[in-house]
Design a binder for this molecule. Structure first.
Ligand code: FES
Length: 108
């Protein structure tokens, strides 16, 4: 069974401005793109940089790490450029009745 965590109303998200949610061991950055939302771990896979502090390009679904410039597709997690070589983890999201939900990581 999937446990969904309600975050906030979609109308409270501004496109391209990340909303953060802290779990026990990690932080999710949730980004609105149009009427959809995507969520990824706010930690660069190169050297643990605060990924969502970088440039967020909603048109191309890209985030650019502020530390050394690695680029990721934040909609899929796919790494797009060096110096990172590993995809960034993502979280499933959904919108129901105007509310944004995220699927929490397994922290057991
Ligand atoms: S920590 Fe992100 S590119 Fe180095």
């Amino acid at each position: 069974m999937t446990n969904w965590l309600k975050i906030d109303k979609l109308e409270n998200f501004n496109e391209g401005e990340p909303v953060f949610h802290d779990f026990r061991y990690e932080t999710a950055a949730i980004v609105r793109v149009g009427d959809d939302v995507f969520a990824f771990e706010d930690r660069c896979t190169h050297d643990d940089g605060p990924l969502a502090d970088g440039i967020i390009d909603v048109l191309n679904c890209e985030v650019h790490c502020p530390r050394h410039g690695a680029r990721f597709n934040f909609c899929t997690g796919e790494v797009l450029s060096m110096p990172a070589v590993t995809d960034v983890p993502t979280y499933a999201t959904k919108i129901e009745a105007g509310e944004v939900y995220i699927q929490p990581p397994d922290e057991s």
